[in-house]
Ligand binder design. Structure first.
Ligand SMILES: [Zn+2]
Length: 93
């Protein structure tokens, strides 16, 4: 199975962050990001990539408008670096 297929299979089962995917697949997060963007684009039509936005653990700020899939490094509101990363799931339509 290709990496993208393995990734898609994991994402169909659950809600995962890049860190979770990295651990499961043995691939660095930075590298996974490209694959995830591809999965997100090619998913259109038969299923969709749902994104649970990243959230600041200190003040609760939610990164709703963030289109990029990478984890933000710092909260724009309180400047904390304690950020819960975005989580991804593939859902059939
Ligand atoms: Zn904050």
């Amino acid at each position: 199975m290709t990496l993208r297929k393995r990734m898609a299979a994991l994402l169909e089962k659950g809600d995962l962050s890049l860190k979770d995917l990295s651990r499961e697949l043995g691939v660095r997060e930075k590298e996974l990001l490209d694959h995830l963007e591809h999965v997100a684009r090619s998913a259109k039509g038969k299923n969709s990539l749902e994104i649970t936005p990243a959230m600041c653990l200190k003040c609760g700020f939610v990164f709703r408008k963030r289109e990029r899939l990478a984890s933000p490094s710092r909260c724009p509101k309180c400047r904390s670096e304690r950020i819960a990363p975005p989580r991804f799931r593939l859902r059939e339509e």
